[in-house]
Design a protein around this ligand. Sequence first.
Ligand code: FAD
Length: 404
Amino acid sequence: MGQKQHVVVVGAGYAGVTAALRVSRRHQVTLVDPKECFTERIRLHEMAAGRTGPSVALRDLVAGREINTVRATATSIDPGARTVLLDSGTTLTYDRLVYALGSSTDTTRVPGIAEHAYTLEQAQELSARLARGSGTGTGTGTGTRSGTVTVVGGGATGIELAAELAESAGAWHVRLVTGGEPGNGLSAAGRTHVRNSLERLGVRLHSHTRVQAVHRGGLSTDHGELTGDVTVWAAAFTVPPLAAEAGLRVDERGRALVDTAMRSLSHPDVFVVGDAARVTVPGTGELRMACATAMPTGAHAAEAIDALAHGREPKPLRFRYLAQAISLGRHDGLIQPVRTDDSAHRLVITGRPAARINEWINRYTLASLHAERRRPGTYRWAKPLRPAKGAVTPASAAQAQRFP
Ligand SMILES: Cc1cc2nc3c(=O)[nH]c(=O)nc-3n(C[C@H](O)[C@H](O)[C@H](O)COP(=O)(O)OP(=O)(O)OC[C@H]3O[C@@H](n4cnc5c(N)ncnc54)[C@H](O)[C@@H]3O)c2cc1C
């Protein structure tokens, strides 16, 4: 039967909710997040472009399970005492902690981001700002929009946002600034499709351009000044400092180092999942910050906690990516199939079929959480056909990973 544990899950994003639902099968769960509604982060670029989907109350997402939701921010963790302090002043005591605080835009990369740029965490404010127009026209929601919005970042997030804005933001001129080429890591066909699609949508591309500072009227770059009305920073993500502050072993980006059961290498009662963890899987290597990583690692941590409660050693995570999906507005997209080691295949799926697959993935993601609520254990993910050799144990991971 195993011993019933009190599992505290901090962070109710994709990883935290998946972990909470699955572990609630046999254990008592407290789920902590300051937000009332679940944030569908993979749709934030759509929200920035003025598309608002139905928002799901966190309480509804876990309804019927033995999960106590607490609307608060975790401010510190004491792994020695097994406690989490909340901003409400409450202290929660746990048997196992699932740390799922995710990531957010890094606004410290160059001066001026925090003061003069929007981030995708401010998608609603950005959408309202764009609806007001550039200030050169009538200034109403339907007024002239002849200003320039500059998106910084040539990764998937920046590409998706630039395409979405160009398609929907009327006469706003959209510019994409990136230090390299948009879509580094994609196949040649994938990069070409991204570039052609952005051009077709009217996005002005500034590749190989390094931003040095953001200011009220635009950007300073190594290629000179770029003036603009609105800047959106979508170039890099960072993780909350709580893990490092609690003394968990972290990498140079602050992500907690975990074994293949998602246990912190330094504090095995703490399971770290999603963007906040640095996960290395044999055969695939280091996992990306992605929803496609967050849900499997959340589910796997829940399985590991349950195994330990039953006196069994947890199994190592088996995981592989199948593809990378990038939306390019509502009618175009890119599905970049990948090999087991996450390197890009030569062939890609583009256009409307890719857009439809993208939308299906987004719907499937939320539907999976609902299915997990109804029947914990339902959610499945892709695994390599053969188990990879050399599973990472706490000891071997510690040896393999270099620290600054
Ligand atoms: C525009 C955009 C598009 C994306 N598209 C894709 C995609 O197509 N495919 C894909 O795989 N990935 C995509 N991603 C990446 C994906 O969204 C993230 O990797 C994923 O959200 C990580 O999940 P998570 O649960 O680790 O963190 P999050 O989803 O960020 O959730 C973290 C949660 O922790 C809470 N939290 C933070 N601090 C505290 C605290 N101190 N106390 C309590 N709670 C706290 C937050 O409120 C949040 O609810 C996209 C990201 C963006 C921004």
